[in-house]
Design a protein around this ligand. Structure first.
Ligand code: ADP
Ligand code: MG
Length: 449
């Protein structure tokens, strides 16, 4: 079952953000999924010691990540190596990671140009990436791509890598994260280990035809790594070797970045990507279903695309979860019921104090003494418009509902209208005492029940 491995990878990504780097690398990352059987998730630990450490100190974190990603009815069983052998000898697991052959290709085979869905939000970045892949070193050097998390930067870098490997297998392509580059550099300086010397480091990075560095924002504050990267960069560029960089922010917003490096970054093409719109989100989900061979109804896809509107990684995570839950109860096609089920934990958590959109609307109407029909209706007079915007703001802030869903509540308004209303009030709160008071008093009405 491919979904299980996908979900496990999503879970690891989440854990990585919520635990310290050391505990992640020591305890969570080495865990292997052995099997998922009868609602039991069997995980293999590296040693009995590791197993006990996890049970003693990290189980709660692990459990809540499993609840979040796999659903709450899944029990965790951690096996040490001998228990694993035992388990495997008695059961033919439905899924296993152990026998996946080691893939020499550093690029994820699924991250290709073909699998990248192009929409308004990313079409220029996509075109630039393609141009660079087709003619490395000729067009934009460096190509600097930036976007918020989970919007496809790493996917595009891998797509360039996959394309180049296929079209031109003689090219030396190097893909590293900023972290890897930094660690490599630091190790090469350590005189204790003569196994990796600085000249080897230099050769490795300067002999490549295409160098890609992912998540460059982490270079901020690392002054000597910046220096080394600057030199590597210049050396490559002088010889028309292609450099491609991904970052979660533009060069100007990377703090304590040396000016000369900043201006180098800006020499080529700096291109951003935005969150995909609804249609693109649907197309991404469809593509994903095709790749992973998921079966799911259109209605369920729309629901997911409607409720998750910023991050493609989360979009994919939810799709896997929906298909997984549906599979678990023996269905062959996931439907909108499964999607609602998968969302239910998420939305209960967010409804602080049990306020839902209806309650918020009622409280706002009561406070301003207007009718429900008016607040969700079309009237444009000031005494209606302001309460309406306040209600929109409060629903968006307290329930974190997607804009599209809020638009539906308010008589099918467009999500951009909702966004403007929300943003207007969130600025007003900072400047206008009266707006502040309104909102505080309505909140009090809501919490006092
Ligand atoms: P980033 O590096 O920007 O944080 P990733 O490249 O890791 O984001 O993307 C997160 C996930 O979303 C990946 O599985 C990727 O394949 C997927 N993804 C992002 N954008 C797209 C897109 N336009 N089409 C298809 N999949 C996408
Ligand atoms: Mg990335």
């Amino acid at each position: 079952m491919q979904e299980i491995n996908n979900l496990w990878n999503i879970l690891l990504e989440k854990l990585e953000l919520s635990v310290s780097n050391v505990s992640f690398v020591m305890w969570f990352k080495p865990l292997k999924v052995i099997d998922l059987n009868d609602n039991n998730l069997y995980l293999g630990a590296k040693s009995t010691f590791a197993k006990n450490q996890i049970l003693k100190n990290y189980f709660d974190k692990l459990k809540s990540a499993v609840d979040d990603v796999f659903g709450e009815n899944i029990e965790i069983e951690i096996l040490d190596p001998s228990e694993e052998v035992d388990y495997l000898s008695k059961n033919a697991p439905k899924t296993t990671n152990r026998d996946v052959e080691v893939n020499k290709n550093p690029f994820n085979p699924k991250y290709t140009f073909d699998n990248f869905v192009v929409g308004k939000s990313n079409q220029t970045a996509y075109a630039a990436a393609r141009a660079v892949a087709e003619n490395p070193g000729k067009h934009f050097n460096p190509l600097f791509i930036y976007s918020g998390v989970g919007l496809g930067k790493t996917h595009l870098l891998h797509a360039i890598g996959n394309y180049l490997r296929q079209e031109n297998s003689n090219l030396k392509i190097k893909y590293v994260t900023c972290e890897q580059f930094t660690n490599d550099y630091i190790e090469s300086l350590g005189s204790a280990s003569k196994t990796k010397t600085y000249s080897e480091f230099r050769d490795k990075y300067r002999s490549c035809d295409v160098l890609m560095v992912d998540d460059i924002q982490f270079i901020s504050k690392k002054i000597s790594t910046q220096e080394e990267f600057f030199n590597t960069f210049n050396d490559l560029r002088e010889r028309a070797k292609q450099v491609i960089i991904a970052s979660d922010r533009p060069p100007d917003e990377i703090e304590t970045l040396e000016e000369r490096l900043r201006s180098r970054f800006k020499q080529g093409l700096t291109q951003d990507m935005q969150s995909p719109d609804f249609e693109t989100r649907v197309a991404i989900l469809r593509k994903k279903c095709q790749i992973e061979k998921y079966s799911i109804t259109d209605e369920a896809i729309s629901l997911i695309a409607d409720r998750i509107d910023s991050n493609v990684r989360e979009l994919e995570g939810m799709l896997s979860k929906v298909c997984f839950l549906s599979n678990l109860i023996g269905k062959t096609t996931a439907d909108v019921g499964d999607a609602k089920e998968a969302f239910s934990d998420k939305y209960e958590e967010k409804n602080e104090g049990g306020s839902n959109a209806d309650q918020i609307i009622s409280a706002v109407c009561e406070y301003f003494d207007i009718s429900r029909d008016d607040i969700v209706g079309k009237k444009k007079s000031k005494d209606i418009v302001e309460p309406r915007m306040i209600a929109i703001y409060m629903i968006s802030e307290m329930l974190e509902l997607p804009l599209v869903s809020i638009g539906k509540i308010f008589g099918g308004r467009d999500h951009t209208t909702i966004m403007h209303a929300r943003d207007k009030i969130s600025t007003e709160i900072k400047t206008n005492r009266k707006t502040q008071t309104f909102i505080n008093e309505i909140k009090k009405m809501l919490t006092s029940g």
